[in-house]
Design a protein around this ligand. Structure first.
Ligand SMILES: [Ca+2]
Ligand SMILES: [Ca+2]
Ligand SMILES: [Ca+2]
Ligand SMILES: [Ca+2]
Length: 332
């Protein structure tokens, strides 16, 4: 049985590039995704601003409104994803063409291959675009800043405070060169193989962007990203409707072997709304809060970063729910 194995060392272009798939491109996929990238940040900011303005005009209780506006300002800045590149060095063997550090900012990818092989991001089909992921080669590093504090909060599921998205994926044990249908069910097989993870990353956090403390050194493999929770195909040709949650951690003590013989549908059920990613606990650093993350490549083999998400604290969630409440009021 053939199994799909990603091209070493990187961007898992390879086996997914079936001519059949190229022929079945969904018209509009590229435009859709492009439009999403262009419009989403602006519409989000516009929405937050209009909420605050509405509150300023509409509320007579000044103190209450002031409190809400403060909370909403927090919510407006509460993107869980990296917001700035502090520094980047590609190292000696980064994947050619994958050296735009700004690709690590903002949300993890939900759809990939625009203009080449448009397809949804699933555990069998990781993001691979040069405009989506950045490579960190031997001796290199990538450091990122966040608007939302990274906290070692006791409420965090599995102790996970930070979630890293890479371009690792499961080789599909059901895939064969001779099967023209490749029915899209996907399967991790009896001995799951994860391609594209690359070498181990030493992950550090910092409060000031200068002094760094190592949280862990880990391979960026589990859990491969899932872009939408309602995908039904292991390599979907179009976007889903239900965005997965990139801040919902999965149990980091699980190994690939624990996910043996899982179909795509099994994985989707197991993810249970999560977008996957590599869960990082900053407890070992002794820091209760940090604002920066750094990835060092001391392993030799390059690895890639798509995005990094901060797991929210209850105070962030309160701010976000207040924002939701204000939106509800406004609609009345
Ligand atoms: Ca994309
Ligand atoms: Ca923790
Ligand atoms: Ca990779
Ligand atoms: Ca990215």
């Amino acid at each position: 049985m053939g199994r799909r194995i990603g091209c070493a060392p990187l961007p898992a272009l390879s086996p997914r590039f079936q001519p059949r798939k190229l022929d079945s491109n969904v018209p509009g996929s590229v435009l859709r995704e492009t439009g999403q990238h262009i419009t989403r940040p602006h519409s989000f900011m516009g929405r937050e601003s209009s909420i605050v303005m509405n509150l300023s005009i509409g509320f007579n209780g000044a103190v209450y409104a002031g409190t809400l506006i403060t909370a909403l300002s927090t919510a407006a800045n509460a993107s869980p994803f990296a917001s700035s590149v502090l520094g980047y060095d590609a190292g000696s063997n980064a994947a050619a063409g994958y050296t735009d550090a700004s690709t690590a900012l903002g949300s993890a990818e939900r759809f990939t291959g625009e203009g080449v092989f448009p397809s949804g991001v699933t555990p069998f089909n990781p993001a691979f675009g040069a405009d989506e992921i950045v490579s960190v080669g031997s001796g290199g590093y990538l450091s990122l800043g966040f608007n939302t504090a990274i906290t070692n909060d006791a409420s965090h599921a599995f102790g996970v405070d930070l979630i890293v998205f890479s371009n690792a994926g499961f080789a599909d044990a059901t895939w064969t060169d001779s099967d023209p249908n490749n029915d899209g069910t996907g399967n991790t097989g009896a001995n799951p193989f994860i391609f594209g993870a690359g070498g181990a990353a030493t992950i550090q956090v910092s409060q000031n962007g200068t002094d760094w403390i190592t949280a862990t050194t880990t391979t960026l493999d589990l859990f491969p990203t899932l872009g939408y929770s309602d995908f039904v195909d292991a390599t979907p040709a179009s976007h889903g409707l239900i965005e997965s949650d990139f801040t919902k951690a999965l149990d980091p003590t699980l190994t690939a072997a624990d996910l043996a013989n899982m179909s795509f549908d099994d994985l989707r059920t197991f993810y249970n709304g999560s977008g996957g990613g590599v869960g990082i606990d900053i407890a070992s650093t002794g820091l209760t809060s940090a604002s920066f993350v750094r990835f060092l490549n001391e392993s030799g083999e390059a690895f890639e970063i798509d995005a990094v998400a901060v797991v929210p604290t209850p105070s962030t969630l309160i701010a976000l729910s207040l924002a939701g409440l204000a939106t509800t009021r406004r609609r009345r």
